[in-house]
Design a protein around this ligand. Structure first.
Ligand code: PHE
Length: 355
């Protein structure tokens, strides 16, 4: 005899109907996504779990029957899940085996070194071969290291030549700070250490208050050199610079020295090289002279040695300084200095692979 409890009976029948419906749905499931199937039917909030929860409402005498039904249904769902899983795994393998490892990869655009860095490194390596060591110093300098020690006392007219950026900030106590106008300040710092002989080059950025144009900028880069020992002569300076020019620009390039003036050297000179464009014939780059200026140099002034605590009766030395931008422009025939600081990749790209 059936239980008189009509709602309970309804519960059992409803369960049967629900299971049948779900079986149909599960058999037809071909979403291909085994994980989505697991979450929907077998997960902790899945349909199998929630049907199990309905067991509570099934009357006691029907519990066994309902339990069996639900277990069967659970097994059925689990089998279907396993089938879906192994199908998608073998599908994945098939996809993996479609990868052709011999195909070339997508090209990755490579950066390149900045032309100023390329030329700076080249200059450094040439002088290193002659035994020069690299020395560095601060870009924010005091008046002594940038000027006074270099035989440019206060009010010296040659200070005007350097268009200095001065820094006045309460934190500096109103003292005489400035952005270095040349890397000669590093040479002073090196001389102060008092370790002789000195054979250094000083690469670095320098600042001058100039209007920006194709030929001038308010910051640029220099490499300056200093050699101090006993019996250093102007002939040593000439030979060192001649070697540098030949290594940098090739063996056919000629050099010449013109007398000049720098407060920190005596005698002083400017060095020209034969024009790389016209080979000395005369063109617009060399202004029809056949020569282009590349650096300043001279024998270190005895006052500078004395200011830095070096015995000028015993030691002599030479110094030179060049702008890296200028050397780079000559080497790569670049017409506008502003290109170096604009970071236009169309310009910079042209140096990829250059050494
Ligand atoms: N310091 C000079 C300048 O910046 C260059 C230089 C260095 C000249 C050493 C002579 C000797 O213009």
């Amino acid at each position: 005899m059936r239980s008189p409890s009509i709602p309970y009976l309804c519960r059992m029948e409803a369960l049967l109907i629900q299971i049948e419906e779900l079986k149909k749905e599960i058999a037809a499931f071909n979403g291909g996504d085994a994980e989505a199937f697991r979450i929907k039917y077998l997960g902790s909030k899945g349909l199998v779990k929630s049907l199990m929860g309905e067991m509570k409402q099934v009357p006691a005498e029907k519990k066994k029957e309902a339990g069996q039904l639900l277990n069967e249904f659970k097994l059925f769902t689990e089998e279907r899940y396993e089938a879906l899983r192994s199908a998608s795994a073998s599908n994945g393998k098939a996809q993996a085996s479609n990868i052709d490892l011999s195909l070339p990869g997508d090209p990755m655009p490579l950066g390149s070194r900045h032309p100023i860095s390329l030329v700076k490194n080249r200059i450094i390596s040439i002088f290193q071969r002659l035994g020069f060591a690299v020395a560095e110093g601060p870009e924010i300098e005091d008046d002594f290291h940038n000027f006074t020690a270099l035989n440019l006392p206060e009010n010296h007219p040659a200070r005007d030549m350097q268009d200095t950026f001065y820094i006045s900030h309460p934190a500096t106590g109103g003292a005489d700070w400035l952005l270095r106008t040349h890397t000669s300040s590093v040479q002073v710092r090196e001389m102060e250490k008092g370790k002789l002989p000195i054979r250094i080059i000083c690469p670095g950025r320098v600042y001058r208050n100039e209007t920006i144009s194709a030929r001038a900028h308010c910051f640029f880069h220099q490499v300056e050199g200093l050699y101090i020992a006993e019996n250093v002569s102007f002939a040593d300076l000439k030979q060192t610079l001649y070697f540098f020019v030949q290594e940098m620009f090739g063996e056919t390039v000629k050099i010449r020295f013109r007398p000049s003036y720098f407060p920190f050297t005596e005698p002083s000179a400017e060095m020209d090289i034969s024009c790389l464009i016209c080979g000395g014939e005369g063109c617009s780059v060399c202004k029809r002279t056949g020569w282009v200026e590349i650096l300043g140099c001279g024998m270190v002034h005895p006052n500078v040695l004395d200011n830095c605590g070096i015995d000028s009766s015993k030691y002599t030395g030479f110094a030179f300084g060049m702008g890296i931008e200028r050397i780079t422009m000559l080497k790569y025939q670049i017409k506008d200095l502003r290109l170096f600081s604009e970071n236009d990749v169309r310009f910079l790209d042209q140096f990829s692979g250059a050494v």
